[in-house]
Design a protein around this ligand. Structure first.
Ligand SMILES: Nc1ncnc2c1ncn2[C@@H]1O[C@H](COP(=O)(O)OP(=O)(O)OP(=O)(O)O)[C@@H](O)[C@H]1O
Ligand SMILES: [Mg+2]
Length: 240
């Protein structure tokens, strides 16, 4: 049995992580023994071909999917073997997630979308805090708009505000600019990096964009369910 210990000061400490889905002949091995330690303040980019397991790795590290074997400590907490409720509880306040499709709640205004996780976390003033978060991403004038009344770039700003509102130790972003034109994507990346400086969150960024990856402090490449390279870029991390 793997002892229940994790390296100190690592926001992510994942060892020998595997993920297999399906049963019998349909069983597919998706992650094949991933080891990854990420210190606080790092900006980690994950590159790799389509189907190499990037989103699957993010799913197990963020507790959206249960790993088949291995150990995963997130901010010191072992999340392997937790129930669905336990995983949800572990994510709350520790982990923020931004995806390619913005996944805002369509029946709620921008302000309500950002206030929801704050309310769930028991924040004393969820709407006041949500307003400040939206102002921090330049959307102070759009708080009463519904997602369909916002551009793609604006929706992604709301998603970013929502993910960072609870001050998670760790922000996962899976192709956060994938649905945006190049100029809007660049603005979102600048904003994302600025908000990381301001909030101190550690970043795990999945991207197909090698240029964007070089703005991160470390780049790993995945192939066929494994990490095949791991490079420090020398890019400066301001707020770490
Ligand atoms: N629920 C599932 N059941 C079976 N196989 C799956 C499931 N989800 C993903 N896979 C497979 O796992 C592999 C890795 O998928 P994953 O989505 O992690 O890749 P990715 O690197 O994020 O790719 P992309 O760049 O296209 O987003 C793929 O071969 C995919 O078909
Ligand atoms: Mg993916």
């Amino acid at each position: 049995m793997t002892p229940d210990v994790s390296a100190p000061d690592m926001v992510i400490d994942a060892r020998d992580v595997t993920l297999a889905l399906g049963e019998g002949a349909a069983r597919v091995e998706i992650l094949k023994g991933v080891n990854l330690a990420v210190p606080a303040g790092e900006r980690l980019a994950i590159l790799g071909p389509s189907g190499s397991g990037k989103s699957s790795l993010m799913a197990v590290l963020s507790g959206l999917e249960s790993a088949t074997s291995g150990s995963i400590h997130i901010a010191g907490l072992n999340i392997v073997g937790l129930s669905e409720d336990g995983l949800a509880e572990a994510r709350r306040g520790r982990i923020g997630i931004v995806l390619q499709a913005f996944h805002l709640i369509p029946t709620m205004t921008a302000l309500e979308n950002v206030a929801v996780p704050l309310e769930l976390a028991g924040h004393a003033d969820p709407f006041g805090e949500a307003l400040r978060e939206l102002q921090a991403v330049g959307l102070g004038e759009r708080v009463s708009h519904y997602p369909t009344q916002l551009s793609g770039g604006e929706q992604q700003r709301v998603a970013l505000a929502r993910a960072l509102a609870v001050r998670p130790a760790l922000l996962f972003a899976d192709e956060p600019t994938g649905n945006l034109d190049a100029a809007t994507g660049e603005t979102i990346v600048e904003l994302l990096f600025r908000r990381l400086d301001e909030t101190g969150a550690t970043l795990v960024l999945i991207t197909h964009d090698a240029e964007l990856a070089t703005k991160c402090s470390r780049v790993i490449r995945m192939r066929d369910g494994k990490i095949v390279s791991d490079t420090l870029t020398g890019a400066e991390v301001v707020g770490a």
